[in-house]
Design a protein around this ligand. Structure first.
Ligand SMILES: NC(=O)c1ccc[n+]([C@@H]2O[C@H](COP(=O)([O-])OP(=O)(O)OC[C@H]3O[C@@H](n4cnc5c(N)ncnc54)[C@H](O)[C@@H]3O)[C@@H](O)[C@H]2O)c1
Length: 267
């Protein structure tokens, strides 16, 4: 079978293209014949057809980036993120949720029917379904400015930054995927387990190596960036045309083991 994932001749936008999962995703897409526009706050033009610098916590920067991207955009990979400390809670939620939401919403007019977007959340956001009472009002109303104002007014809700940001992202994807389907656009979420990237030292410094290793579950190892990139590519492929509003857990069995009581977890 030729071109099984059908990226040949398509245009993909990848955030976080300078490192880790984003860089791995851009490399795979290039190999599959897509034209890749890479976005990152770090100046890094390697491995993409066109690089656009963007700061996802800055609305004007996102608007300028979107304005410079020529459509159509067939797939969006929202991969960039911050780990929490040493970054502030506010910056973490802005970069992990408020900015990506604004970016994707701003690209929607350039996305034809059949296009798709995927957001990288995290296993750290597990249990978001139990928090819908406070998550839903935030994700279903307003845009960038309202999102920032809510964060500033709700310091306790966004405490630690990373966990609430990934819960917000999961909830927004589940909510927004429904109406995007009217335009023929699919939106999904991926929740990776611990992965060896440049972000890992920050997680280890914050939570300790033992806690990180407790999240690797039955696979007993961390994933590579490529092992996270391939499912992202799969989710945005036209071959996944019946997958929308999904929260895919790329954690090598952690969620199943925790849900069925085969490993200890805080779930
Ligand atoms: N590494 C893990 O264990 C792990 C586990 C679960 C989820 N994740 C998530 O995976 C995604 C990719 O992270 P990674 O592990 O590849 O880490 P990484 O640090 O290698 O890559 C993150 C990228 O985001 C970019 N970025 C940071 N701030 C930005 C900003 N303000 N604007 C634009 N770009 C910005 C960085 O420059 C970097 O290139 C993140 O959303 C992260 O939260 C990581």
């Amino acid at each position: 079978m030729q071109d099984p994932l059908q990226y040949e001749g398509t245009h993909a936008v990848v955030t976080g293209c300078a490192s880790g999962m984003g860089a791995a995703t851009a490399a795979i897409l290039t190999e599959l014949g897509a034209t890749v526009t890479g976005l990152d706050v770090q100046d890094h033009a390697d491995g993409v057809d066109r690089f656009v610098q963007v700061d996802l916590k800055d609305k004007a920067s996102i608007d300028a980036a979107v304005g410079s991207i020529e459509g159509p955009v067939d797939s969006v990979f929202s991969v960039a993120g911050l780990p929490g400390p040493p970054f502030s809670d506010l910056d973490t939620v802005m970069v992990n949720f408020v900015g990506p939401r604004h970016l994707i919403e701003s690209l929607v007019p350039q996305m034809p029917p059949g296009a798709a977007a995927v957001c990288v959340a995290s296993n750290a956001g597990l249990g978001w379904q139990q928090d819908l009472d406070w998550l839903l009002p935030v994700v279903s109303e307003g845009g960038f400015d309202e999102g920032r104002a809510w964060c500033e007014a709700n310091a306790e809700r966004i405490a630690t930054g990373y966990v609430p940001s990934k819960k917000l992202l999961n909830a927004w994807v589940a909510w927004r995927a429904v109406t995007l389907l009217d335009a023929g656009i699919r939106l999904n979420c991926q929740n990776p387990g611990p992965t060896e990237t440049a972000m890992m030292p920050a997680f280890e410094a914050l939570a300790g190596k033992e806690m990180i290793d407790a999240f690797v579950g039955p696979s007993k190892r961390r994933s590579t960036a490529e092992e996270q990139a391939w499912p992202l590519v799969f989710l945005n492929s036209r071959r996944s045309s019946y997958i929308a509003g999904e929260a895919l857990h790329t954690d090598a069995g952690f969620l199943g083991a925790a849900t069925t009581g085969q490993i200890q977890s805080a779930l």
